[in-house]
Ligand binder design. Structure first.
Ligand code: FES
Length: 172
């Protein structure tokens, strides 16, 4: 008799313990998933952290090494660093927005003149003469510790030049 009573009195207890344990494990798993989701949400996108992204940033040089009104070509990244007369910087893609030819800066003319179909751009990259349909693309830039840094991984399409596209050394 006592042998029969023992399993029936401990059965519900161990079942209760088992379910309590199961709920604890499931609760911890749900909590861990919640934490993982929160961390994933708050973490910057992978593209911002990757080595490729870091490698795509070109340290163009110290701010004072670029004279006002100058255009400097950078083979690496295929862009021009423009320092406007007001001291602000623009990084312009050297690719023509017509069919993608490389557009040289013609110092004597103070213009970018495409050798393929004669599109002409001013120092801000604005179209002066067609067939180019829009201004030269911009590359994001920042001035960090007095060094101009250009992100060659991104090209920003624009219809034309706007003052807000210019970066000044004191802004960064
Ligand atoms: S590719 Fe430059 S004008 Fe056609």
């Amino acid at each position: 008799m006592s042998k029969d009573a023992a399993p029936s009195s401990t059965g519900p207890v161990s079942r209760r313990r088992f379910f309590r344990y199961l709920w604890s494990v499931l609760g911890l798993a749900a909590l861990a998933e919640l934490v993982w989701l929160a961390v994933s949400f708050l973490r910057p996108p992978r593209a911002e952290l990757g080595d490729a992204q870091a490698a795509a940033v070109v340290a163009a040089g110290a701010v004072e090494s670029f004279a006002a009104g100058s255009v400097t070509a950078f083979q690496q990244g295929q862009f021009y660093l423009v320092r406007l007369e007001n001291g602000g910087f623009l990084a312009l893609s050297c690719r023509c927005t017509h069919l993608g030819c490389t557009v040289p800066w013609v110092e004597k003319e103070q213009k970018f003149i495409c050798p393929c179909h004669a599109s002409v751009f001013d120092i801000t990259g604005n179209v002066i003469a067609a067939p180019a349909p829009r201004a030269l693309d911009l590359l994001p830039l920042a001035v960090v510790n007095n060094v101009v840094r250009v992100n060659t991984a991104r090209r920003i399409k624009r219809s034309g030049f706007e003052a807000g596209q210019v970066t000044f050394a004191s802004e960064s």
